[in-house]
Design a protein around this ligand. Structure first.
Ligand code: GLA
Length: 670
């Protein structure tokens, strides 16, 4: 497998020269050189121009683009152009179009209008990819492959007949017999037993709650169907250009593609992220997303494939990035393991649905704040590159991130609505505030490298995963699991006898009843500001740890665990809210039966870190609107606040302007 080891931090963006007259291209190269651009991604959305009629290819213009880039010393992240099929495909092969949950076939005129399981689409995509690889695979300007674009962004699943057939084949492969499927899906319930795989369908529109296991298998299948498309393109590319590294751009916390399944197939991980400048907490989700990308790649450097220099165009209100924020976002990504900072897109579109989306070269041209900031950032990245590129980001704390739990918690017929990502971030935040870097880990992943592992609302966990957590504690690790962890196995069947399966004896507790409180919001009508009010206060806990909590109460029986705090009120008044059980050689298993307020999570975290022996964060005191991260021998300190302030890091005061970032050599002992 080729690795991606660029000589300097990559800098650049999506480049769409086919949307511009030829003379603009020369100006593009001049400006790219001015901005220290190393790399452009192309031709992501050019299928209709590359193949204007089926089987008729038109590469002359692209040859010219390649020559222009090469002459300007710009390298190419070669996209396979399969993200948006040309209109002729729908006319000739209407079955390639996706069908939504209500049976509506989606039309032409935007993009991504293909069914992930369409064999015709796949055949035509492969034909184009082979042409591109044959023609440009040995071109000296090419440095990587960019397959398709944001798989599943608009159409993560399709309910067309070919998809249903493919689902049946996937199920046969998984279960072998219809009896095994019936057992796994629990079809004894509501007269759902199937006599044959041919009777099984997609969970399309139906009278009421679909079978939960059918639904999660459909979601797993749909992620696999998209991954199958990626792998089909990859196979052709690998055959023709075995030495050029391959990626596809992920979308951060994206529920419809289980990136733990995808990441092993990437030569390097890449990601697109558009934090909302109007949300003052956006840096928390952004930091976590960077950490997720590094974790998906097993700690290897990754590439920020897309971000915006300023506003996007797809929110109800698209706030611009104030001066400095684009730099702060970029260096945040570098601090957390990125070896490349690229944008959507190079030149702001004149026409089409993205004409109001900011770019590296705005409508106003080069004499603009945005282009000046881009140029300054390009040279800064080149300057810090030798001290940063390829370096590792150390982490001693792991947080379990699990797509199946996310999918299951998002299903209907749950005890309450739980926002999975917001809940995970509520446990990430107190670590970020201390300047402690976190890796995300798979529920059944190897935990041995961590002192502390946190498992927030991992509702779905296999016996093997729960055994792994128990072994982690037995081996001296500190584990914290919250309510709604270890409730269901991978088939979404409940663990009986008090939940938690093989982890129960390690925790020393049983859970007898759930008593949900007011939910932060109804996920069908999400409130974008909800994260700052999470959770809605609903209870208090008291004891060695005391404070406000919300969302959840339950009846916990602490058979063999210390009760650290109890519920002060409500259905579970007087019952354990936080328990701890010492185990193994210095290990500890914590359980938290509610969603603590941010303040309370901070106090819990202090105890946990103490237990785990992780005492030194980079910040002297927990600090909001800021980050301190170590990468290799470099220290990144970021002020996300809109005003100048002093940040106390590793014993030193550092004065940073609004959205300021300081990159410096880490002093000994920090
Ligand atoms: C996604 C796509 C890009 C562009 C941006 C706009 O990331 O990959 O083509 O549409 O969104 O934010």
């Amino acid at each position: 497998m080729p690795t991606f080891t660029p000589p300097t931090i990559r800098f650049g963006g999506d480049y769409n020269p086919d949307q511009w007259p030829r003379d603009v291209w020369d100006d593009d190269v001049r400006l790219m050189n001015r901005a220290s651009v190393t790399t452009v991604s192309l031709p992501i959305f050019s299928w209709a121009k590359l193949e204007p009629e089926p089987g008729v290819f038109n590469f002359g213009w692209l040859d010219d683009v390649f020559a222009t880039m090469e002459a300007g010393s710009i390298r190419i992240d070669l996209a396979t152009a399969t993200a948006s099929p040309p209109p002729w495909m729908a006319t000739l092969f209407p079955d390639t179009l996706p069908v939504d949950i209500n049976g509506v076939r989606l039309g032409v005129g935007s993009r991504q209008q293909y069914s992930p399981s369409s064999s015709t689409f796949r055949k035509l995509a492969i034909r184009l990819v082979r042409q591109l690889a044959d023609r440009y695979g040995s071109h000296p300007a090419v440095e990587s492959w960019h397959i398709s674009n944001e798989y599943g962004c608009h159409v993560p699943m399709s309910y067309d007949a070919e998809s249903v057939e493919a689902f049946r084949a996937w199920l046969k492969n998984k279960y072998a017999t219809i009896d095994a499927l019936n057992d796994a899906w629990g079809t004894a319930f509501w007269s759902q037993a199937y006599g044959d795989f041919d009777q099984v369908g997609a969970p399309a529109a139906m009278p009421t709650f679909p079978n939960p296991t059918q639904l999660i298998d459909w979601e797993r299948f749909s992620s696999d169907a998209l991954l199958g498309l990626f792998l089909a393109e990859k196979a052709v590319i690998r055959e023709i250009t075995p030495d050029i590294p391959i990626t596809t751009n992920f979308m951060g916390f994206f529920r419809d593609a289980d990136y733990w399944q995808w990441a092993p197939h990437m030569d390097y991980v890449s990601d697109d992220l558009y934090p909302d400048p109007a949300d003052s907490d956006h840096y928390i989700m952004a930091a976590a997303t960077r950490d997720l990308m590094r974790s998906l790649g097993g700690g290897r450097p990754w590439i920020l494939m897309e971000q915006s220099t300023s506003a996007v165009n797809w929110r109800p209100r698209n706030a611009p990035k104030p001066a400095g924020m684009n730099r702060a976002h970029s260096l945040q990504a570098v601090a957390r393991g990125a070896d490349g900072i690229l944008y959507f897109q190079w030149r702001q579109a004149k026409a089409g649905a993205e004409k109001f989306h900011a770019s590296m070269v705005p409508h106003g041209g080069e004499d603009t704040r945005i282009f000046r900031e881009v140029t300054a950032l390009g040279s800064e990245l080149a300057a810090i590159s030798p001290n940063v590129i390829g370096r590792k980001v150390p982490a001693r704390v792991g947080i379990v991130f699990d797509w199946d739990s996310w999918r299951s918690l998002d299903q209907e017929a749950q005890p309450t609505r739980i926002d999975y990502v917001a809940t995970v971030l509520s446990w990430y935040r107190p670590l970020l505030r201390r300047g402690i870097t976190v890796d995300f880990v798979q529920a059944d992943g190897n935990l041995s490298g961590y002192d502390l592992v946190i498992a927030p609302v991992v509702q779905v966990a296999s016996e093997a995963a729960l055994q792994g957590w128990a072994q982690f504690v037995a081996g001296g690790g500190t584990l914290l699991a919250t309510y709604q962890s270890g409730i269901l196995n991978e088939n979404l069947h409940a663990y009986l006898g008090g939940y938690l399966g093989p982890l129960r004896s390690t925790m020393g507790i049983r859970i007898e009843e759930f008593a949900p409180l007011a939910a932060p919001y109804d996920q069908r009508h999400p409130d974008p500001a909800a994260s700052t009010r999470f959770p809605v206060p609903g209870t208090r806990i008291e004891g060695q740890l005391a404070g406000e909590a919300g969302l959840w109460q339950e009846i916990v029986l602490a058979d063999d665990a210390d009760v650290v705090a109890r519920f002060a009120d409500g259905f579970a008044a007087g019952q354990p809210a936080v328990t701890r059980r010492a185990a193994g050689d210095g290990g500890a298993a914590w359980y938290v039966a509610t969603q603590p307020s941010n303040d309370l999570i901070d106090s819990i975290m202090a105890r946990l870190l103490d237990d785990a022996g992780v005492t030194t964060g980079l910040f002297d005191e927990p600090t909001d609107q800021a980050e301190a991260v170590r990468r290799g021998d470099m220290l990144f300190v970021i002020n996300h606040a809109d005003h100048e302030r002093d940040l106390m890091v590793a014993g030193q005061a550092r004065r940073l302007p609004a959205y300021g970032v300081e990159v410096s050599a880490l002093s000994a002992g920090a």
